[in-house]
Design a protein around this ligand. Structure first.
Ligand SMILES: Cc1ncc(CN)c(N)n1
Length: 230
């Protein structure tokens, strides 16, 4: 069993809880409340900005051009492709995408971003890849399962574009590349470093689940106006 196969097995319960979450099930049935769609896009726009910053920090630790190119490509993917699923959610909500950008982070998004940033600043490249991998991998899992279970048709299912984006090839490429790099890093990592990778990966999986919950419950800070914008 490879290192990443083991990570997937160890976190299977979290993957399943993500798929069973009412937000994800709402994407399947075509019924997600408008305020949950809006909250998700506001928070995910900021999350993906942070994700690109983490790729930037990873590049600062790369030894080879091959590694630099991997992270550089992924920044391009987030910038130019991952806007499509956001646009789908905005269309269903009936709100222009531009109106949902630049909002303060809710607690769930803030926690996840802090976890990625701390790992990016303090960790090795292997730990950084481990902290990032659940992002594409859990969405690939959701997308593939929704493609099978909802079998959405263009023009008939409101979230067809979203499901089609994550359920087809787009996430497979990035997930496969990050997995093979992580397996490679794990081959030469010490037991202590591998343990840190396992913890970083598991925590990101949990925070993926927390992100859906944050969006579904439209989570805000307890005293909303007391929080600074960023
Ligand atoms: C929180 C989160 N996780 C994963 C993805 C898919 N890249 C996303 N857009 N947002």
């Amino acid at each position: 069993m490879t290192f990443t196969e083991r990570l997937r097995e160890e976190n299977d319960a979290t993957y399943q809880a993500i798929f069973d979450h009412p937000y994800v099930q709402g994407l399947k049935t075509g019924h997600v409340p408008k305020n949950a769609l809006v909250h998700y896009v506001k928070q995910d726009f900021e999350y993906l900005n942070a994700f690109m910053r983490v790729y930037g920090l990873a590049i600062s630790k790369c030894e080879t051009r091959e590694e630099m190119s991997l992270f550089n490509e992924q920044i391009g993917f987030v910038l130019h492709s991952e806007i499509h699923p956001h646009n789908n959610l905005c269309e269903v909500a009936g709100v222009p995408y531009e109106e949902l950008q630049g909002y303060p982070l809710a607690p769930g998004a803030s926690h996840y971003i802090s976890h990625m940033m701390t790992t990016a600043q303090q960790g090795t490249l292997g730990e950084i890849v481990a902290v990032l991998l659940p992002c594409p991998w859990t969405y690939l899992d959701i997308g593939e399962r929704l493609m099978k279970e909802a079998a959405p048709q263009p023009g008939l299912h409101p979230f067809y574009e979203w499901i089609n984006f994550y359920g087809t090839k787009s996430m497979e490429g990035v997930t496969g590349k990050l997995r093979s790099w992580l397996d490679r890093y794990a081959e030469t990592a010490s037991e202590r470093e591998k343990e840190k990778m396992r913890v970083a990966f598991a925590k990101s999986c949990q925070l993926e689940l927390g992100f859906w919950e944050m969006a579904y419950t439209v989570e805000e800070w307890p005293v909303r106006d007391a929080v600074l914008r960023r």
